[in-house]
Design a protein around this ligand. Structure first.
Ligand code: ZN
Length: 143
């Protein structure tokens, strides 16, 4: 998905330019009406970086609030040219940040199971999604 698509998805959240390739908007998760809660940056590769300054909402929950997947923040692979010339779309630090979000979710579900709470289909689906995202991040960092 292109950065432009993400910017458009943030239109209802009063996104506006804040310097070169940088924007400010209302955090779709917790921002209410504060137009400075979300920082949005677009990398030279066309990847979109989002950060919530109010409650440090996870990248996953910000994407979910926009009806997007975390993978949508990165440009499509076919736009990256030949595989050998392909550049990493996310930095190891970003990958670690995203891994942190996903592993927290898995840990919460694991703790529930550990306490004898049965998990519902939604939790099960979300854990499988987390596993997919973790595999994606691994492939992305090793690329
Ligand atoms: Zn937030």
């Amino acid at each position: 998905m292109s950065a432009e698509t993400i910017i458009n998805a943030l239109q209802p959240y009063k996104i506006r330019p804040n310097g070169r390739d940088r924007y400010r908007a209302i955090c779709p998760c917790c921002g209410e009406r504060n137009p400075n809660t979300l920082s949005v940056g677009v990398t030279a590769e066309g990847a979109v970086l989002v950060r919530c300054f109010k409650l440090q909402c996870s990248v996953g929950s910000i994407c979910a609030a926009l009806g997007l997947e975390v993978a949508d923040l990165f440009p499509p692979r076919e736009s990256q040219g030949a595989p050998l010339q392909r550049r990493r779309l996310i930095s190891p630090a970003q990958a670690l940040d995203l891994l942190h979000d996903e592993s927290q979710l898995v840990a919460v579900v694991a703790a529930n199971i550990g306490h004898g709470t049965s998990i519902d289909d939604e939790d099960r689906a979300r854990v499988l999604q987390a596993a997919g995202r973790i595999a994606y991040l691994r492939a992305e960092v090793l690329a």
